[in-house]
Ligand binder design. Structure first.
Ligand SMILES: CC(C)(COP(=O)(O)OP(=O)(O)OC[C@H]1O[C@@H](n2cnc3c(N)ncnc32)[C@H](O)[C@@H]1OP(=O)(O)O)[C@@H](O)C(=O)NCCC(=O)NCCS
Length: 384
């Protein structure tokens, strides 16, 4: 019997060559390449190819992959109808999970070991997730869905589907960088949950919908949303210090701070902060960003001694808000990026799949008698 580790902390669940994190040194690599290099020089399409196929593509390979994704952005009108039927106050992650599960009914992918099935379902999922997110964004406001444009790149097209306007290149580049930074992060909760589903040889749409459900929780993809809510609650620079002190004295957590793996500032937070600085130097000051930097300075002073620093979620919400997104859509943008990581792990696991079937430590009783209904007393047998 192995030792029990709550949350499976420290228990390897797979052997993987996809990404690497050194939480003490603040290093993140995708397929061996530092995240800083990818953020500054790559694109989300190229990074997706790298994660999925283990190497950087040639120009021709990248063109083909990008074109295949662009051609598969449209969603069936029945999926749009399904999204229209969802409540307007619903959570975008629930809409995304339902629509992705439904996608699988249109594109049967039962033979998951077939390379054609693997390639086209990967392309379809990366292509259609942004279309679903944008469709729900528009439809729940009572606006018409905007059809995707094949001539725009991934980030440009997503922002276009939200507003009907081709975005400013700097904004589109910022979103593309956010997608690169969120595309993959070793064995996190949503990847693990997708892999558990994948281990049953379920189709990739079911795998991704499982992962979306797991990403939704506030301890995972939901934190970005809560950072912006926290900043709005603080309101202004002079309230920062008292707010932080009160919160920590009450043993509450600062959202966007701390990480199970990183004990230094998350390298993705450093890149996002730089990106936000660049953006606001060009477009003009952002009170929300200035407030975020002040909160980070205060949080750093108060929590540094515990190895708690800003994480990836701290600045991404400020950027998404600047792009006009409602806070409850932030995790869905995270999912648009992470779909690549989930699928890379799915492809890797299929090469040597084994059904996940962990053990448990039984702590209940044995040999308990069955008491017929007529002889049971009130509250009897109310054992755990
Ligand atoms: C992500 C997270 C769950 C990781 O937690 P963890 O690795 O289990 O760390 P622990 O819960 O063991 O925390 C260690 C110490 O740091 C403190 N700490 C960790 N994160 C903190 C935070 N965000 N705010 C204040 N204190 C925090 C804990 O209170 C604990 O202090 P103690 O030793 O005095 O009790 C946690 O940092 C957190 O809840 N962060 C806020 C949510 C968030 O931003 N999530 C997104 C992660 S990318």
């Amino acid at each position: 019997m192995h030792e029990f580790s709550p949350g499976l902390a420290g228990v390897p669940a797979a052997k993987s060559k996809i990404s690497f994190v050194d939480g003490q040194a603040g290093v993140l690599e995708y397929r061996g390449i530092r995240i800083e290099e990818l953020a500054h020089q790559s694109s989300f399409m190229e990074t997706s190819y790298l994660l999925l196929y283990a190497r950087l593509p040639t120009e021709a390979e990248l063109d083909k992959f990008s074109a295949d994704v662009s051609h598969h952005r449209r969603i069936k009108y029945r999926i749009t109808d399904l999204i229209k039927c969802l409540p307007e106050h619903g959570h975008p992650m629930d809409a995304l999970q339902a629509a992705v599960a439904a996608l699988g009914m249109f594109y049967p992918a039962r033979n998951v070991l077939d390379p054609e099935v693997q390639y086209w379902s990967t392309v379809r999922l990366i292509a259609k997730v942004p279309t679903i997110v944008a469709a729900y964004y528009r439809l729940r406001r009572g606006d018409e869905q905007i059809q995707p444009r094949d001539d725009l790149n991934h980030a440009n097209n997503f922002l276009y589907m939200l507003t009907g306007k081709v975005p400013d290149p700097l904004i589109a580049k910022a979103l593309d960088t956010c997608l690169i930074l969120h595309a993959e992060h070793t064995m996190n909760a949503s990847t693990f949950s997708g892999l558990v589903t994948a281990s049953t040889l379920a189709d990739p749409y079911t795998v991704v919908s499982s992962a979306i459900g797991t990403l939704k929780g506030p301890l995972h993809g939901g934190a970005t949303e809560e950072v912006v809510e926290m900043l709005q609650e603080i309101g202004s620079l002079e309230h920062v210090r008292p707010y932080l002190e009160k919160k920590l004295a009450a043993k509450q957590r600062l959202m966007g701070f701390g990480h199970r793996i990183y004990k230094v500032k998350d390298p993705r937070a450093i890149i996002l902060q730089g990106l936000a600085r660049q953006l606001f130097a060009y477009y003009g000051r952002s009170a929300l960003f200035e407030l975020a930097e002040e909160v980070e300075r205060g949080g750093e002073e108060l929590l540094r001694h515990k190895g708690v620093h800003a994480n990836v979620d701290f600045y991404s919400g400020v950027l998404y808000k600047t792009m006009g997104l409602d806070p409850d859509f932030f995790p869905a943008v995270f999912a648009m990026a992470r779909v690549t990581g989930w699928l890379a792990h799915w492809l890797e696991q299929l090469k040597d799949n084994k059904l996940f079937r962990p053990d448990q430590i039984y702590e209940g009783i044995h040999g308990r008698p069955y008491v017929p209904l007529a002889r049971r007393g009130v509250g009897e047998d109310a054992l755990e």
